[in-house]
Design a protein around this ligand. Structure first.
Ligand SMILES: Nc1nc2c(c(=O)[nH]1)N[C@H]1C(S)=C(S)[C@@H](COP(=O)(O)OP(=O)(O)OC[C@H]3O[C@@H](n4cnc5c(N)ncnc54)[C@H](O)[C@@H]3O)O[C@H]1N2
Ligand code: MOO
Ligand SMILES: [Mg+2]
Length: 618
């Protein structure tokens, strides 16, 4: 635990004008984010060795855990921070500065000119950082992993030290590499054309359908509460009629229809849930509520609106006599036994998809669990050296956050499929192979994104083929987005694994997940539905791409007598996921031909209904 941190900005100019200090605030922000429980002290001092030394000693003697300095580490005559630091250190920790230098050298050779030092004085860790905000931001990321542990060691916090040692031990025993048959050293020998034929969409669909037939259906018992979206594995029959007794449809009086209009003695009161005690005879009625059982002898209900009170008890708590004003017909306003659901009728048929209404029916019929087709276990994995966890506080230079994994997880969830997070795999054959092995061990269908195109670091296909003996059923499809979409199978621990390696571009991943993965998963669960296809009118002219394109669009309904109108959601570039935000259809645009390079506004094109249609409220 880091309890107290001091940040010392060493700079003559910042000392004169503290608004010039940008690297101190960068360190402050980092500490606030990563050690929110720590007390933080900040100070700006001039480039004066004695003053720096004095402040360092002051903070160390005040039992500060960590002192970070920024500035004064270069070669100019006034740069003396390292000298001042060395003067107060009891032990140097040179590897900290070395690690920062190595990382910085990857960005700029100027890193050679930093003379930063690090070490400990008593129970305080002191680290010098260069003076620029950029360098500070990069270097603090380098030391981030050791800060907590380093301070635990210095402050002799044995519990924390043990936790880190155990973790290191387990990381060590479970190596992140796997032996691989993929050699990436001879980049010059890589194929310059894709060896995978470019299939038409319809061919890809047919292949997915045919290959997924290998999936061996399994069933499982689930509680009805968890069954929404599941496909029912066997017919379910009503074991009880609904209603189980003749029930009133109205609040009124149960009567004998033979009696016609006229006065009746109110012989009983039957509310919903009550059991009528004695039968009705002619000239009698029973006050009943909606849903209450009819007494024996009654064959109709007269709603309260069609009656008149004739006599009540003195305290008005009991109705004694009423007059029926409208002659009832036999069975009027009565639901006979089994009216809604006859005993033995088919409640849900094998192959039906469970929805909220069916769950209600099953609950009403006394079913708590049902047998459904088990969903395959779906793993989701991202690949790419550039990817960081979306939750990371800082982006390293040239990095981006992994948006595909959570997007695909959410997309599958929208369509009824849960998934397992298989993390981010790096673009290195051994690491990728290791990550794939881990993922295949826990899932039946693996959805990866990235690393399937022509780059020398696009390793999915070679690793699948060479390390897992996978069959690639297709590796390129004539579609936009999604050209390098890949579908493969392999045997792992005796079972067939289905692998969708989708392109890394977020929109390509989104569209291919809808078109290929959802299709395959639906087939596994024996769900027979496909995306509904409807004709829509283009709101504006569209220039066609050479490849058939699945354009993301939103529908509007300006004229209910006419077809809906589709408006594209902005630039359709494969990296621009905003083009899928709010999309409810994928327009199936044909590939451009010399005769037809564009479609004018008003053209009718097919659209796959992949999202909800909710219109803005006026
Ligand atoms: N020489 C060629 N280059 C490319 C071709 C081609 O035919 N020849 N095809 C292009 C097409 S089309 C596509 S689509 C992409 C597909 O690339 P990869 O599947 O190999 O994916 P990456 O290279 O790993 O990444 C592409 C792009 O997407 C970003 N990305 C990747 N993963 C994620 C993620 N999890 N979250 C957010 N963004 C992600 C990545 O940073 C890249 O910008 O190849 C073209 N190149
Ligand atoms: O096929 Mo890519 O998905 O166009 O960008
Ligand atoms: Mg690539």
């Amino acid at each position: 635990m880091v309890k107290a941190v001091a940040i010392i900005t060493v700079s003559d100019s910042c000392f004169k004008d503290n608004s010039k200090d940008t690297s101190g605030p960068a360190l402050l922000k980092f500490i606030e984010q990563h050690f929110p429980e720590a007390n933080i002290h900040t100070i700006i001092v001039p480039d004066e060795k004695e003053i720096i030394e004095r402040e360092l000693k002051y903070f160390c003697d005040s039992h500060i855990d960590l002192v970070l300095t920024t500035g004064g580490t270069g070669l100019s005559p006034r740069d003396v921070t390292p000298e001042a630091t060395k003067a107060v250190l009891h032990k140097e920790v040179p590897a900290i500065a070395v690690a920062m230098t190595i990382a910085s050298l990857k960005k700029t050779p100027m890193a050679m000119l930093s003379r930063a030092v690090a070490g400990i004085r008593d129970r305080t860790l002191i680290i010098n950082f260069p003076g620029s905000k950029k360098a500070v931001t990069e270097c603090i990321e380098v030391v981030k992993p050791i800060l907590g542990h380093g301070i635990s060691l210095i402050t002799n916090n044995l519990a924390n030290v043990r936790i880190v040692h155990d973790k290191l031990q387990s990381d060590h025993t479970c190596s992140h590499m796997r032996n691989t048959n993929v050699d990436i050293s001879k980049v010059a020998l890589r194929p310059r054309q894709s060896p995978f034929p470019m299939l038409e969409m319809v061919e890809a669909f047919n292949i997915v359908d045919a290959v997924m037939m290998q999936w061996v259906e399994r069933t499982e018992t689930v509680s009805i509460e968890d069954s929404a979206g599941c496909v029912v594995a066997q017919d379910i029959i009503a074991r009880e009629p609904m209603p189980p007794f003749p029930a009133s449809v109205k609040d009124g009086y149960a009567c004998l229809s033979l009696d016609g209009v006229g006065k009746r003695r109110v012989q009983a009161v039957v509310a919903a849930g009550d059991t009528p005690l004695s039968p009705l005879t002619r000239g009698q009625c029973a006050r009943v509520n909606t849903g209450a059982p009819l007494p024996l002898g009654a064959d109709c209900v007269v709603q309260v609106e069609d009656t008149k009170l004739i006599q009540a008890s003195a305290d008005n708590q009991t109705e004694l006599e009423v007059e029926i004003l409208v002659a009832p017909k036999p069975h009027q306003d009565v639901r006979p036994i089994g009216f809604d659901i006859p005993l033995g009728s088919l409640l849900v048929e094998k192959g039906d998809v469970i929805d909220a209404a069916k769950i209600g029916i099953l609950a009403g019929a006394g079913y708590q669990e049902i047998t459904v087709v088990e969903h395959p276990k779906v793993g989701i994995m991202s690949t790419g050296n550039e990817l960081q966890e979306p939750s990371d506080s800082f982006l390293r230079p040239s990095h981006i956050r992994d948006s595909n994994r959570i997007m695909i997880k959410s997309l599958l969830k929208e369509h009824g499929f849960e998934s397992i997070d298989c993390g981010i795999a790096r673009d290195h054959p051994g690491e990728l192979s290791h990550a794939l092995e881990n993922a295949l061990a826990v899932c039946d269908v693996l959805v990866c994104t990235g690393g399937v195109s022509m780059g020398e670091r696009d390793l999915l296909k070679p690793v699948l083929i060479k390390d897992f003996n996978a069959t690639v059923h297709f590796g390129r499809v004539r579609m936009k987005p999604g050209k390098p979409s890949t579908f493969a199978t392999c045997k792992y621990e005796g079972r067939t694994k289905f692998i969708f390696a989708l392109p890394g571009n977020p929109v390509s991943a989104y569209v291919c997940c809808l078109l290929l993965v959802v299709r395959a998963l639906r087939q596994c669960t024996r769900y027979s539905g496909e995306w509904a296809r409807l004709g829509v009118k283009l709101a504006r002219d569209i220039t066609l791409d050479p490849r058939p394109e699945y354009a993301r669009a939103q529908l509007s309904f300006p004229d209910i007598q006419d077809l809906p109108v589709a408006t594209l959601l902005g630039n359709q570039c494969s990296s621009r996921l905003l083009s899928a935000c709010g999309a409810n259809v994928l327009l199936e645009l044909p590939g451009a031909t010399p005769e037809c390079p564009m479609l004018p506004a008003g053209s009718v094109v097919p659209a796959l209904l992949t999202g909800r249609i909710d219109l803005p409220r006026l």
